[in-house]
Design a protein around this ligand. Sequence first.
Ligand code: FAD
Length: 383
Amino acid sequence: MAVGIVREYDALVVGAGPAGACAARRLALDGARVLMAERKPRVGMPVQCAEYVPMFITYYVPLEAGHIAQRVDEMETFLPTGEVVRNRFPGYVLHRSLFDKSLVASALKAGAELLLGARVTGLSDRGVVIESRGPGGRERFEVAAKVVIGADGPISTVGKAVGRENTEFVAGAQCEVLLDRPLEATRVYFDPEYFGGYGWVFPKGDTANVGVGVQLTGVPGPGNSLLEAREVLEGFLDKLKVGRGRVLGYTGGLIPVGGPLAATSGRVLLAGDAAGHTHPLTGAGILHAVIGGEAAGRAAARAIRDDDMEALQAYDDEWRSIFGRSLERAAERRALLLSNWCCDRAALSQLIRRTWIAFRSPADRPLMDVPRRSPQWGREAWR
Ligand SMILES: Cc1cc2nc3c(=O)[nH]c(=O)nc-3n(C[C@H](O)[C@H](O)[C@H](O)COP(=O)(O)OP(=O)(O)OC[C@H]3O[C@@H](n4cnc5c(N)ncnc54)[C@H](O)[C@@H]3O)c2cc1C
């Protein structure tokens, strides 16, 4: 079907998650005409996340009281031998849907536009092709843009179009359960059965996100990988003695864990999960999506303003300088973890002690640390 150009923008951002919203906001603040295309009909829904962020995310983005379900100061790691180790890991368990919505609202207030129910199906010579369902039925049209930012999650259409795809995934299955009594710390459980992953209990006041992530051994297929993880989750609930009558809802999703991809290709930038910017050991990606999105938006705005696509390379320099080393080091640890994974509980506990973030030595500091703001970091107030 032939498609005509409907609109022209300076930049087109694919996906209205944290990476896309932060990229669009920065582009708009820096004077670019920017459109976000989001395939879902509603921003922030459904939530596919355990919702934990480290406290220093507030160096990069403000958190309103309403975004926070619970503050936590410590993490308890349950080893396969039964030992429990407690460490300081201050952070927040968010109301992720509200957080995502407020990031998108900030982008719109800065001047970005949002198209919902708009699935980008591929790149064209001048921009992207979008399919959407409107009152008049299915529509297919092209939007022209000088720069395209693929912030379209773990299985990225934009990444695929430029040959930069995530290839290693953890499948996460999760439910929200009603607690008997509030919990103070986040809890992480290792078990031979949770291959390459772990179980988690992240408290949210009266409830908690209870989930498991397991490494996929093959290419993710429609639904199959998540069903496998869901079976492991049922066993985890039994182990925790959570009755099915206490479950308020299920969710799940894929987490890229292969480490960062080269995120710049011609006039295309990838950000967040699309760029493999999730921590390969923990699976955490909200913080990296916020930082990477902002950095991608800044580089794109400069390239558009100066009509110089070489300026897009500044994006790679910036994200690498802030969290590149941390992700690469974690990817090395993950490779060690996978190649030595075993069913012997004592041996697996030793392996976890060598690899998991709770057992870092001073030499491991890059595993988790994200410096405060980079010198270029924008200081405009969030609205
Ligand atoms: C079970 C689970 C638990 C997790 N727990 C945590 C946690 O506790 N802490 C943490 O930091 N991270 C966690 N993560 C990871 C975190 O959710 C991601 O790293 C984060 O959402 C990345 O943001 P993003 O903007 O890159 O991608 P996303 O939030 O995935 O947003 C991408 C957006 O792009 C849209 N999109 C996709 N394709 C298209 C297309 N073709 N056209 C238009 N729109 C498109 C999607 O609908 C989506 O809205 C978890 C992930 C899972 C699956």
